[in-house]
Design a protein around this ligand. Structure first.
Ligand code: GH3
Ligand code: MG
Length: 306
């Protein structure tokens, strides 16, 4: 039967698709919940404002959105989602009444992916949702690839910039600390000069993998920030915690004991750390701290309060 075809394969491995049902009539939400409750994570909202909040906090894959609602209606909510770079990848399917034919054109203009007309047929709804979840999953994969650094496999600067924006907002909203660690390979020009660029690339890969192994929380982010410079974003982390992570990174790269013929020693990194409740100037502060670490002799961690 169509109805029993699973939707889980349309989500990243290990995660069920996350659906947000929005309707001011709880009975309509219940009807959709019966269709999706068994194989999706289902979030629910009975007004547009709450739905927007859930989109920000929980990032659903897809919203099934009633058009006619008191307060913020479906069109307004869809426009808000599509105008926000952090939310615009969420797929929107409008749920419209048959007696409102204009809704479809307006909805398409607002960025909706598809329409379902009430009263709906459960297997048709599932089939349409499955199609949109597949497309969403594929575009997530492409976006992910576009955010990976080709040499080292860690995230790239573009991804860092995007996450930094999101985490800055979150830190301000929740008044939680946010920390940044900048790491730069010491005397890397001489390493390249001594061993060649390919060996240099290999060294960067080893260092990236080592830095990544030092991050424990799923929300921590490591990105290649420039040539031989890496940056870490540590949400909910204060200065002391971030210094601990940076020191572990310094120790771990040192423990690799990669010979550095250019300076007759081993490869080391210098790290600059900053943390603050508000993220203004956080990267600049970490950069200043990195400069201090270099000036103090390299192969060490320095910090400044953000
Ligand atoms: P410091 O200790 O002050 O950081 O000195 P440094 O030599 O590491 O710094 P500098 O900025 O003078 O040189 C950075 C070098 O990193 C120059 C460049 O050739 C090398 N580099 C940058 N990106 C790559 C890359 O992708 N691959 C390789 N092999 N080398 C790179
Ligand atoms: Mg360097």
């Amino acid at each position: 039967m169509m109805l029993s075809m699973p939707l889980t394969s349309q989500a990243p491995p290990g995660r069920r698709p996350r659906l947000l049902l929005v309707d001011d009539q709880p009975v309509n939400i219940q009807a959709l919940h019966r269709v999706f409750g068994s194989d999706c994570q289902v979030l629910m909202a009975t007004d547009g404002t709450r739905a927007l909040q859930l989109c920000r906090e929980r990032q659903p894959d897809l919203v099934l959105l009633d058009v006619q609602m008191p307060g913020m209606d479906g069109h307004e909510l869809c426009a808000e989602l599509k105008a926000d770079p952090l939310l615009r990848s969420i797929a929107v399917i409008f749920v419209t009444s048959q007696d409102q034919p204009d809704d479809e054109t307006r909805g398409l203009d607002a960025g909706a992916a598809d329409f379902i007309t009430k009263p709906f047929n459960p297997s048709v709804v599932r089939a349409r949702v499955r199609t949109q979840l597949t497309l969403k999953h594929q575009s997530d994969l492409l976006r992910e690839l576009a955010f990976i650094d080709g040499l080292t496999g860690v995230h790239n600067r573009r991804h860092f910039d995007e996450r930094f924006l999101a985490e800055t907002r979150r830190a301000q909203r929740t008044r939680s600390p946010l920390a940044v660690v900048l790491a730069d390979v010491d005397h890397f020009k001489r390493y390249n000069d001594a061993l060649g660029h390919l060996a240099g690339d290999d060294c960067l890969r080893r260092i990236a993998a080592t830095l990544r192994s030092c991050l424990r929380r799923p929300t921590d982010l490591l990105a290649r920030y420039g040539g031989e410079e890496f940056i870490c974003l540590l949400p909910d982390t204060d200065l002391a915690g971030a210094i601990g992570v940076a020191q572990l990174m310094e120790d771990s790269v040192r423990a690799l004991a990669l010979p550095h013929p250019g300076i007759d020693g081993i490869v080391t990194i210098s790290l600059g750390v900053s943390a603050a409740a508000q993220a203004q100037g956080l990267v600049e502060a970490a950069d200043k701290a990195l400069y201090l670490a270099k000036a103090a002799g390299r192969g060490r961690v320095s910090w400044v309060e953000g």
